[in-house]
Each structure stands twice: as structure tokens, then as C-alpha cells.
Design a protein around this ligand. Structure first.
Ligand SMILES: [Zn+2]
Length: 67
């Protein structure tokens, strides 16, 4: 459970980051080093939104992949 850093409200976590106005659907992933063709991709970046103030928290929940 994530709490909003601004107002301490419980955030809604099950959001993904997507790009708009592209011909293909693209989500944002976490990767280390390399360029756009880097194969060192760790996984999808997630987002939580505060339902009270709209604050967005971006996070990565597959921590075992970056340890
Ligand atoms: Zn908030």
C-alpha cells in the first residue's frame, strides 16, 4: 500500500504508463544502460495515483530484478 507524500491519502496503484498519439501501443519499461534496443529490460514501470490530490507516484515493483 502506497500513501500520498503530499496528503497521506492511500493511493490507487494499478495504473500503467502509456504513450498517446502513436500508431502502436507502447508502455514504459525500466531498463539499465544501452539505447532504445537495450536488451537489459527489467519490466514495466507502474504508477499510483492519489484520488484526493492527483499526485502521481511512479514505481517499479519487481525489486528482485534489480538487486
Ligand atoms: Zn494526495
Amino acid at each position: 500500500m502506497r500513501k500520498c507524500l503530499r496528503c497521506d491519502e492511500v493511493m490507487v496503484e494499478d495504473y500503467m504508463l502509456k504513450t498517446e498519439n502513436l500508431t502502436a501501443v507502447a508502455s514504459v519499461v525500466l531498463a539499465k544502460g544501452g539505447g532504445i534496443f537495450s536488451s537489459n529490460t527489467k519490466g514495466k514501470v507502474k504508477a499510483a495515483v492519489c484520488p484526493k490530490c492527483g499526485e502521481i507516484s511512479i514505481f517499479f515493483d519487481e525489486l528482485n530484478k534489480i538487486k
